[in-house]
Ligand binder design. Structure first.
Ligand code: SAM
Length: 314
């Protein structure tokens, strides 16, 4: 039977097993139809939780992010495949973290309202200490990291300026839904040609790309910038450098799409607005119907609205 190229198969949309701040899963139905067809190399330049990277059809995908904890965790998922989940189970057993899907909440003297934090807190902190002090950064280290994420506040990932994981314990634990999410994500990573890199976008070598490549950029947003880690945010110099980088892609005949917000809650990104206006003959701004507040867009006061856009050069 001839092998089907990824571009010929319908991909089921899957969600990242990391609850990533600024994650684009909810926007995929709006963004993906705007992407070019027949992508050879797809670059998710600021991949974060990789919600976009794993859902784009391409022959090859590069997941890039400066946060090497993310990209290394993803490469462990891919390399270990089905052997990753048993490691997580082993760590849950070792630290005696709750397994409410097996034993229920009563077993831990907790109820689903207040959650499992009172039971898990000390065990979680011990795991967090062991992870932060661990010198060995092999598979087990990343299985510890993923277990921390599973039991942390809102299943998020955050490091302080010393590179230490610093989220507190969360209310929930590892349930069937999370397990399925992780399994699907691992299967997706195993199933095709993914490469991982952790370069600052300025160091990404575009000479390896061509006119069938497509670069998606979802940087931290200048005017809404959430804290991904406490090691540095995103400033005006980064914004200018990124726009220069995108201009270079365009000059080299490489397609790109940039996610961003032009205006949000009374603030506006004048650097980006000026750039789109100066380049209106080359770049198109597409308004996406999305408000981070999730409530009715029409009835919102202007100061509460976030104008999410996709800016493309094709
Ligand atoms: C908005 S998030 C991406 C979310 C992602 N699209 C998703 O759906 O999960 C932005 C990411 O940019 C990364 N980042 C910040 N500065 C960067 C830089 N200079 N070069 C590359 N990545 C950077 C952050 O670590 C963060 O993961």
């Amino acid at each position: 039977m001839p092998m089907l190229l990824d571009s010929e198969i319908d991909l089921e949309l899957i969600q990242s097993p990391l609850n990533y701040t600024g994650g684009k899963f909810k926007l995929l139905p709006q963004i993906l139809p705007l992407f070019p067809a027949n992508i050879d190399i797809f670059v998710d330049l600021f991949c974060g939780g990789a919600n976009v990277g794993v859902n784009v059809k391409s022959n090859k995908t590069i997941l890039n992010d400066t946060n090497d904890n993310l990209t290394l965790l993803f490469s462990m998922f891919k390399n270990l495949g089905d052997d990753f989940l048993p490691l997580v189970d082993e760590i849950i057993e070792k630290y005696q973290l709750s397994q409410s899907s097996k034993y229920g909440y009563d077993y831990y003297n907790c109820d689903s309202n207040t959650g499992l934090a009172p039971y898990n807190k000390d065990k979680f902190l011990k795991l967090r200490d062991d992870f932060n002090n661990s010198k060995d950064i092999g598979y087990y280290h990343y299985a510890m990291l993923y277990t921390l994420i599973l039991y942390s506040f809102n299943n998020q990932i955050r490091f302080n300026s010393n590179g230490h994981f610093n989220l507190p314990v969360g209310k929930r634990d590892y349930n069937e839904k999370m397990k399925q999410k992780l399994q699907k994500f691992i299967d997706r990573l195993k199933g095709k040609d993914y490469k991982f890199s952790n370069l600052d976008f300025r160091d990404f070598d575009i000479s390896t790309l061509n006119s069938n490549s497509f670069v998606y950029a979802d940087p931290p947003y200048l005017i809404t910038c959430a804290t991904y880690n406490e090691q540095g945010g995103w400033n005006e110099a980064d914004e200018h450098d990124l726009l220069d980088f995108l201009n270079d892609l365009h000059k080299n005949n490489i397609k790109f799409a940039l996610s961003n917000v032009l205006r949000s809650k009374g603030k506006e990104n004048s650097i980006l607005i000026d750039w789109t206006q100066r380049n209106s003959d080359k770049y198109k701004v597409i308004n996406l119907n999305y408000s981070y507040n999730n409530s009715n867009y029409q009835t919102k006061n202007k100061n509460e609205i976030t104008e999410e856009v996709l800016i493309i050069n094709y």
